[in-house]
Design a protein around this ligand. Sequence first.
Ligand code: ZN
Length: 574
Amino acid sequence: MAGSIPRTFIDDLLNRVDIVEIIDARVPLKKKGREYWACCPFHNEKSPSFSVSQNKQFYHCFGCQQHGNAISFLMDYDHMEFVEAIETLAQHVGVEIPYEKGHSNKPRNTPYTESLITTLQNCSDYYQAQLKQHNEAIDYLKQRGISGQTAKNFGIGFAPPGWNNLSGDEKLLIDSGMLIKNDQGKTYDRFRHRLMFPIRDRRGRTIAFGGRIINPDDNPKYLNSPETEVFHKGEEIYGLHELKQANTQIEQIFITEGYMDVVALAEHGVTTAVATLGTAISHNQIEQLFRTVKTLVFCFDADQAGRKAAWRALENSLVSLKEGRLARFLFLPDGHDPDTYIQEHGKQAFLQLAHQATTLTEFLFTELLSQGEVHSPEGRAQFVDKLRPYYNKIPLQSLKDQILRDVEKHLSIELDARLLQVIGGELPAKNSKTLIPEQHWTPTRLAINLLLQKPQLAALAGNLDELIEADIPGIELLLQILDQIHEQPDISTQNLLGRFSGHEHEGHLYKIAAMTPAMLNESDDIQPMFEDAINRLRLKYAENRFHKLNQKLMSGGKLNEQEIQEYRRLQHKK
Ligand SMILES: [Zn+2]
């Protein structure tokens, strides 16, 4: 996500900013104990469960599990884009951002990018003028049921046949993707004999085009602008600007697969549709949309390809499912897409269909259940295995609880502690009002918590690699954290947490970080506690090994030389 802003700069910026100051300016905080508290700005509540740690420079809500650093706070609270949030923080502490060359996320306001955008706008004006002069294009739109007004709203134009229609500065036309230069050094128009759909950024500036053929013999059917300095496919969303123009209050956004869908839906009064640009929807795009609206409805064909695309959308949505956010999946019947469906059945039928769209959890279960039986214990274990990575990505506890209840329903079993451990989940809280849930401070959790308070403790841990073999919950995460610190020994807590952004256990990690072990007083030296936790882990591993070797002996197995030595050593320790 960091794109072209160097990570070292972001790390450094986060170390300079005080998150308490940033949040307090927007949501007044009160100090209680060692943390700052407020009623959570991300969910409705009467008593504060939103905590901000000045030490660790992050926030965590014990109610809705929302968490993050100063950057994510600005993104979620002020609805900023990633780069915008960085720019705001940089300005706040008075440093300049050293943008890297040749990558995405470049600022779009250099004089040269301004010229590119002007060039693209000129092309758009030209295409719109051409549309009026070409009956074949007008007829095509009519035949597709698109009115002049809708065509105008979306700036639809027409690139006439011929290779050299565009005029202007050649370099700008090439750099904006409108001209192609061949091996002989000759240039020609990229878009020919096509209906042209300008792709606009959030400010409504044309940054690229999509072109659709009107003669069925031509190909390819759809052609998009290439990536340029001002156009990054994975970040832009077709129709978002138009959607914001047409609506002040938006309940839900339909995400379709093409610009014709967006335009056709708008023609029939559904002005809340957008499209991705020929690629699977990215996490980045989903976040952008969720910052505009709480409910997303993904629209797909019901065929194999559609379900596959839907599954990718599901995977990319999971980490964005915070309080109040919903993702639904609409599968259109009988080879329809939104365009053809609304033409044939009208707005009401489409909205009715959308109303019955599959919820994310329904879709998740349908897909996973279709991959194998769940009547045998093995089948159920496999199911749980498949479910686990998706389950772990979800940051919202209430949704996780819902999924656990669904597991019980679909597998006709009662979740016991063992199965929960397999999933990596916790029993749904009996009393969700509890501010800080009762915690068992296992040595692993304690070690993680203390490391997050003071990463430099890692130096005391020694080599723990062999512990990976031990059957200790959470040990893998602990080892990953230690790895990160060994890689960068002076890393700060917030930078360390940042390394786990998007990690399957990110939510879990923030939760551990946000809790203070009850036995820990403000003045305590945490070093002995950390050493003790590590010792207990080593001991647990030794016990595990001893038990294993013992079992091998009991069952008549032979130990090799190395194992005998190990056995003696362990016996001695005991
Ligand atoms: Zn909350």
